[in-house]
Each structure stands twice: as structure tokens, then as C-alpha cells.
Write a protein that binds this ligand. Sequence first.
Ligand code: ADP
Length: 353
Amino acid sequence: MLTKRPDQYRQLIKEVNDAVYTVDVASGVFTSVNKAAERMTGYTKKELLLMPFPQILVSEYAPLVKQMIARKVKRNTPTVYEIEIVRKDGSVVPVEVSSRLIKNEGKPEIIGIARDISERKNIERQKEIFVSLLTHEIKNPLTTMSMHLQMLEKLHKHMTEGRAYTSISALRLQVQSLNNLMNDFLEVNQLALGKFSITKTRYSLDSLVDDVIHAFPKQKHTILKQGELSIHVHADKNRINQVLYNLISNAIKYSPDAKEIIVSITKKNKQVTVSVKDFGVGIPKEELKHMFKLFYRTKYAQNSNTRGHGLGLYIAQQILLSHKGKIWVESEVGKGSTFSFSIPVDSKRKKQK
Ligand code: ADP
């Protein structure tokens, strides 16, 4: 074991890729550094051992580091934070620091490990550029195209056939599908950044279900509604609407030869469950466990002509998690699927009629 072999332990610290150092709390001066600390800062061990720790920090991080050290002296819990250091040649390196307070011959010292996170930061920056590119260079023109398309549709509103009608309809389909993809993509990005927010209000689930059903144009499928209809929930209306909309569009998309879709509402143990049942292609047993993973599409979806990107169910699951709810699926190949989600009923509301 390492603790029983101090020499090996010392050797390991000397050789590891992360900078390992100790700093005297009273003076702020480095008291020991390993090879990686020399490589990371560009200074020699000799230079570093004379240097106060704040000297290698990008100045705006000095207060944060001071605060972290003070906190550690008060309560010695391990902390991890990100800062930037200035190398001897003036270049800046982002590092992640984990540190702890120790005693060296009675004197308090900070022992720290600093990891170069340049690569991670670069990827994050590239992702930000990519998202901003998508937002400005694609989403904005798409919105403008959508507006012009609406105008064209108004001008030709009595048209039911002909070349212009076919072109406008085709354009509408493409613009809509690109728009949906953009929105889903940006939403997944918000989720990854932890910027996903919900705003809860009290409302009747029944009217929400009606609104969503009516948002679908009357086509081949009839969407039926059944179950307990007077339940109120305390939830984010737009988000729950988004979940249900996604489930019904999937039910339509993946049951091309069926005529019916059934939406049912049930209540049990202070939870309300909304289920969307279709009589479509179904999902093989071995694929069920992947259904809510990001970008997952079943083999059927990949091999058939159905459009999609495997983002909707992932987003739906995140929405439900943020409501302390859940989402699941039951399915049988060739018979159809039932996607259900449940959220708590509104417990604060007085007894419902
Ligand atoms: P998308 O439909 O855009 O690909 P989703 O995240 O909404 O994305 O769905 C992920 C995948 O789950 C789909 O690609 C499809 O393979 C499968 N799926 C979703 N709903 C159904 C359904 N009602 N019947 C069969 N397969 C479904």
C-alpha cells in the first residue's frame, strides 16, 4: 500500500501529470512542487519555491483563491475550483484545482493538485461557437423564412392544388422540420448547461390534453381521450404540453397503418398518469431500455422513412425529472406502444369536484 511505502509515494507525486504543490498559509509561498508544476508554470522548482502563490494567478482569480483558503482554514473540507494561471512566458492556462489543509510541523499548509484543463475548455468554447452559429446563422433566417411562408400561404389560401400549392406545402414541411430540430437541439444544449428552467402554475390537465389534441390537424388518425377528467396539477404547462405533443406525434409517426390513438388520464396515490397508446409498429423488447437515451432511434426508425433525431424522448424525460415525475414505455412489436408519464397531482388545491 502507498502509505506503507513513502518513497514510492514521493516518486509517484514527482512523476504524475498533474501539478502537486504545497503552500504555506501564512506567507502564501510555495513550500514544495513536483515536476508537472514546473512544466505547467514554465518556472523552475527553485523559482517557484521563492514565489508567493498569488503571483502566478490571473489577477481576477486572486480573491477567489483567498476566499477558498480562508474557508479551508475555518472548515477543512476538500474543494475543487477552476482558475487561470499565467505561465512564465505570459501565456494563460486554465486549471482545475483540488486542495486541502494540512499541518507541516505544526504550520498550516495547503496541499493542492492542479490539472491543466485547456483541452476541455477548448471543446467547450468550440461548442459555444457552434451553438451561437446555429442560433444566429440558421435559426434567425429560418424564422424569417417562416414569416414569408406564412404570407405566401395567406396569399394562396384558397389554393388546394397546382404547382405553387405543392411547392408551398413542401416548403412548409421542410421549414417546420428544421425548426423542430433546431429547437430540440438548443433545448438539449440548455439541459447540458444546467440552464433548463420550469415555471409551475396550477391548471386542469384535462384542458391541456384537449389543447394538445386540437393542435393536431384532422388527418388519418382519430385521437380519443378517456379517463379521469377533473384533475389539476401544479406544473409547467408549456413543458408538459411539449411532452404530450411529442408523445402524440410519435404515436402518429410510428403507427402509419392504424386509425386510432388513445390518450388516457388516471389517478393513483396522489400521482396522475397520462398515457398515449398507439396501434403501430411497436418496439422490440431489447430496445426498450434505450428509449429515453439521447439520439437513440430504434432500428425500425432508422431503416424506415420516418424523420427524427432521437431528441424528443430524452427532453421529455428531463422535463419529467424536473417535475419529480417519470416517463416509461410498454410495447409489443406489431401491436403498438403505450408511452406514459406521471406527475404529482396538485395537493394544495381544495377538494376537486
Ligand atoms: P424521433 O422520433 O425524433 O426520432 P424521439 O426521441 O421522440 O425522437 O423518439 C426516439 C425513438 O423512439 C424514435 O426514433 C423511435 O425509434 C422510437 N419511438 C418513439 N415513439 C415511438 C412509438 N410510439 N412507437 C414506436 N417507436 C417509437
